[in-house]
Design a binder for this molecule. Structure first.
Ligand SMILES: *[C@@H]1O[C@H](CO)[C@@H](O)[C@H](O)[C@H]1NC(C)=O
Ligand SMILES: *[C@@H]1O[C@H](CO)[C@@H](O)[C@H](O)[C@H]1NC(C)=O
Length: 217
């Protein structure tokens, strides 16, 4: 009885110190973010290139463990990048929804917010919008999005399609350059946003562009 009590006591101590150690080491591990990012990014690039040999070297449990960690990290990073257009002027405008399988380029000119939905290759819009390059939210629209989807913040849906016919040519990312590929290169992101600004200028919207951003759904 006494021995059992001691064992339980030791076990709970071990559990306690284990959770305390975790709480202490987690901030420590997470504080060197630059190093962590560089290491992780390099390892992941190699792992993605070695995909075949890696996946045959892992057993089912190891693969699942890896998938699970990647899923939680992917979800977290994705949610974080979705917020990158927040805080733009005019403040009264609700955040436009970012289409899955595509992205949203946004810019504010003269206190009017313009957002342009762009579908990835292999996806098309649900409604014809060839002459509608972007949607607007401003005082004139009563701070609502003038969308084809009445009364909401959804500007467009990108659905799987073999032909891309509903939108203007510039409303699609090129075949090998989906939204995330574009966003991972400052040059590609810049040219996408600059292209959008040129389209605004062509329609007589000439002011200084502010709060430019690109988010991927
Ligand atoms: C595995 O990696 C190769 C080379 O990087 C790539 O071409 C191929 O598409 C990858 N396979 C899968 C299933 O992703
Ligand atoms: C794109 O790059 C040019 C030249 O570096 C810069 O002047 C411009 O502000 C950039 N545009 C955006 C939207 O970041």
């Amino acid at each position: 009885m006494a021995l059992k009590g001691t064992l339980i006591w030791i076990c709970s101590l071990a559990v306690l110190s284990f959770s305390a150690a975790q709480d202490e080491t987690l901030p420590q591990i997470c504080s060197s973010q630059t190093q962590l990012f560089e290491r992780l990014s390099a390892d992941l690039k190699v792992a993605a290139q070695c995909n075949k040999s890696l996946s045959s070297a892992l057993d089912a449990q190891q693969s699942s463990e890896l998938l699970l960690s990647m899923r939680s990290l992917t979800d977290c990073l994705h949610k974080h990048q979705l917020k990158e257009c927040q805080g733009a002027k005019p403040n009264e405008c609700p955040e436009a929804e970012v289409p899955t399988n595509g992205g949203l380029a946004c810019v504010t000119v003269d206190d009017k917010r313009y957002c342009k939905p762009v579908c990835n290759h292999g996806y098309d819009f649900g409604f014809i919008r060839r002459s509608r390059l972007f949607d607007e939210c401003s005082k004139q629209t009563k701070y609502k999005w003038d969308t084809q989807y009445v009364g909401g913040n959804k500007l467009a849906v990108c659905s799987e399609a073999s032909d891309q016919i509903a939108g203007a040519k510039s409303a699609y990312f090129p075949r090998d350059q989906d939204c995330l590929v574009t966003k991972s290169s400052s040059q590609l992101q810049n040219s996408t946003i600059e292209g959008f600004i040129t389209e605004l200028r062509n329609q007589g919207i000439l002011g200084e562009p502010q709060y430019a951003c690109l988010v991927c759904g």
